[in-house]
Design a binder for this molecule. Structure first.
Ligand code: FAD
Ligand code: FMN
Length: 661
């Protein structure tokens, strides 16, 4: 029988590099495949998998059959593991695992993180510790744990380059592998891009996009691996027309289904490219070889329905699992361009690494090679990253790069969905079967005066009522406190635990959803049998901040209404308007004001309440936490050390939750 260790003698002598990754927004995935390709260009056998693409039970045997196992792991959320490694990570944490599970395996971990988040590289650190406990040895010459930081001069890429070089030097040296020549490199890169096999299906062929959505995107969506097809019901600007920032309130009606989500949960939205992007892609197809002669116009080419299968051209050990592709199996090229290819996304270095082998013109090839090299980082920064040039822009600009269709579909990465905290819509509130979003539209001027509009926020902003939106919904920890661990019904507390919400800017979204859910509960209770209300005491405080009262004070009338009708349990101080007065006022200032301070201490210190913080600024949650600590010191009489320990305890008990993006 074939085992993971079987294979011919020659094959067995080739080093085998196993690359495992956990990635939320695609960077770790991109780097994992970059490392895999570079290993293959050194004639090593290599494969890269998201941890959850593998069966957890087979991991130890797979790891033992590799010469080296390297992990590239991002940190998501507030110090959490990315969603495509959570299942595997849970399995690795099991207490009863043998302490020698990975004995004999050589491993190294590269963490991707950002020091502006409180828990820098938390997921990689935890993983590194656990692998050591399970007996993994270090890969000699490479640190067990290397931490890359988005804030470093070259982002995470600088650290990756040095680390990858070390890994490949060590792995290749153990097995003396000759490096490929430039022609061989070009050949191997082309072959990899051609590992898709395409067939033109008839015009009437049914589309099958299965495979594309097979990821743990949203556990609360009642349609298995399929996203919900929602319909935009409301799309309204909620910043003043003459204000620089456009923010929109969007309500998406959800299709009927067994929905069970709550305020605080998160929508995972799949954006679509604009008709203009699709048209430009169609133009590119006119230069693509391989179409039947009668399919000669842009429209006809875009209308072609193709079926896609991946033939495994990669040089992984044959007994290792095949790497999953994440492409639809059958759809029109127009749909490919609209829904699946990240044509408007900004390329990373690896795009150029894969692109240069297709350049026919030597000058273009040289420029692409420079963009692909670590030395060309400044050029990449100027030409691409700062300018937000897109994959499509680059393909249009480099006219000698005209790979055949199947390579084109593989070269452009696929669209990654964007998350939005629900701003309302939980089934138990009045907003039955709908998802409310509060979307800040990303619009920025680049150094050369181009305008970049964010893919998903731009897509949502320009989706009028009646248009369709594909989305999943996933659970969040940020639920009403009594729902976070079991339901109110089960526990019937005399009084619900208090909640302090701090949500400046679009960070107001989850707070609005939580408040709407609470309002629905209060109203339901009022219709009840007259027993004392668990909501009678003051228990819900909302602290909001924005720039100007007349410009971006979101949902102003709603708060006024709740304050008027429910002042017995709801508290909202004057928002912090940072640009209305000479001295800038922020939410942290509001927290420290006398009356608010008293209430915060009562909520969090005396009544075991919860603190939820949400918003766009990565530094804001830390500032808010510092102010709350100050309250514990000034009002609660704690020492600085006690206040720090107290906040840590709150966090451990699930009473201090941050959602920052
Ligand atoms: C838990 C959570 C809740 C959020 N809630 C809200 C909310 O309530 N309201 C709100 O306005 N925003 C919210 N966001 C931010 C939102 O997800 C988007 O980042 C934001 O709308 C900008 O996305 P965009 O596509 O418009 O912009 P883009 O410029 O296209 O992308 C913005 C960011 O996405 C990443 N990115 C860019 N291209 C890609 C790509 N090809 N693949 C993967 N990632 C890429 C980059 O980090 C980039 O900075 C939340 C984010 C998270 C994680
Ligand atoms: C919503 C969000 C939360 C994040 N949380 C953390 C964090 O808690 N700690 C950290 O070090 N980095 C954090 N990061 C930074 C990412 O880990 C970093 O950008 C990484 O390169 C992303 O890799 P990925 O694209 O593979 O997910 C966060 C990034 C985002 C967008």
């Amino acid at each position: 029988a074939q085992t993971l260790l079987s294979g011919g003698m020659a094959e067995r002598n080739r080093a085998r590099l196993l690359v495992l990754y956990g990635s939320q927004t695609g960077t770790a995935q991109d780097l994992a495949h970059t490392l895999r390709r570079r290993a293959q260009s050194l004639n090593l056998q290599a494969a890269a998998y998201a941890l959850d693409d593998l069966d957890a039970e087979m991991l130890p045997a797979l790891a033992r059959s590799a010469s080296a196992v390297v992990w590239i792991v991002a940190t998501a959320g507030a110090g959490e593991a990315p969603s495509n490694m959570q299942r595997g990570w849970k399995a690795l944490r099991r207490r009863r695992l043998a302490a020698d599970l990975f004995e004999g395996c050589r491993m190294a971990v590269l963490g991707l993180g950002d020091t502006t988040y409180e828990k820098f590289n938390a997921a990689a650190r935890r993983l590194g510790r656990r692998l050591e406990q399970l007996g993994a040895a270090a890969l000699e010459g490479v640190a067990r744990l290397t931490l890359a930081n988005e804030q470093a001069a070259e982002g995470v890429y600088g650290t990756f380059e040095g680390w990858a070089k070390d890994v490949l030097r060590v792995v290749a040296a153990r097995h003396a592998t000759p490096e490929m020549t430039e022609e061989e490199l070009q050949q191997s890169a082309r072959q990899e891009a051609l590992s898709l096999s395409l067939a033109f299906a008839g015009a009437g062929a049914e589309s099958d996009v299965g495979g594309f959505y097979e990821k743990p995107y949203g556990d609360l969506t009642p349609f298995g691996n399929e996203p919900a097809l929602g319909t935009v019901a409301v799309n309204r600007r909620i910043t003043a027309d003459d204000w620089i920032q456009e923010t929109r309130h969007i309500e998406i009606a959800l299709p009927p289904g067994n929905w069970d989500f709550h305020g605080g949960d998160v929508a995972v939205v799949f954006p679509e490219n604009s008709a203009e992007i699709v048209r430009r892609f169609g133009q590119l197809l006119l230069d693509s070889a391989g179409f039947p002669p009668e399919v000669e116009t842009r429209e006809k080419r875009l209308a072609m329905v193709i079926s896609v299968a991946e033939s495994d051209a990669q040089t992984a050990p044959p007994e290792w699992p095949t790497m999953k592709m994440q492409l639809p199996r059958c759809c029109s090229l127009a749909d490919f361009a609209k829904r699946f290819l990240d044509l408007a996304g900004t390329p990373t270095r690896s795009f150029f690494e894969r692109l240069w082998p297709w350049a026919e013109n030597e000058d273009e090839k040289d420029k692409l090679k420079e963009l692909a090299s670590p030395e060309g980082y400044d050029l990449l920064l100027d030409y691409c990253i700062r300018e937000r040039r897109s994959h499509l822009d680059v393909l249009e600009e480099f006219r000698s790069v005209r790979p055949p269709l199947m390579a084109l579909l593989k070269l452009v990465p696929t669209i990654i969905p964007r998350e939005f905290s629900l701003a309302g819509g939980a089934p138990c509130s009045a907003d039955v079967n709908s998802a409310h979003l509060c979307v800040g539209v990303v619009r920025q001027k680049t150094p050369y005066g181009r305008t970049h509009v964010g893919l998903c926020s731009g897509y949502l902003a320009s989706s009028p009522p009646g248009s369709s939106v594909r989305l999943f919904i996933r659970a969040s920890q940020m639920r009403l406190p009594e729902l976070a661990n079991g339901s109110l019904h089960d526990r019937s507390p005399a009084h619900v635990p208090p909640l302090l919400c701090v949500g400046p800017g679009t960070g107001i979204a989850p707070m609005r959803a939580l408040l709407r859910e609470r309002l629905a509960m209060v109203e339901k209770f009022q219709e009840g049998d007259g027993t004392e209300s668990p909501f009678a005491k003051k228990h819900f405080a909302l602290i909001f901040g924005c720039r100007k009262r007349t410009m971006d004070f979101y949902y102003q009338e709603e708060w006024a209404d709740v304050l008027e009708k429910h002042s017995s349990w709801f508290y909202m101080p004057e928002p912090a308007f940072s640009r209305d007065t000479e001295r800038k006022v922020y939410v942290t200032d509001r927290i420290l004001e006398h009356s608010t301070r008293q209430l915060i201490w009562e909520f969090l210190g005396l009544r075991r309440g919860s603190l939820y913080i949400s918003g766009t600024s990565k530094g804001m949650p830390q500032d808010v936490a510092a102010s709350v600590k100050q309250v514990a010191i000034d009002t609660g009489g704690m020492s600085a050390e006690e206040a720090t320990a107290w906040l840590k305890r709150l966090e451990k008990e699930g009473r201090y939750i941050v959602e920052a993006w």
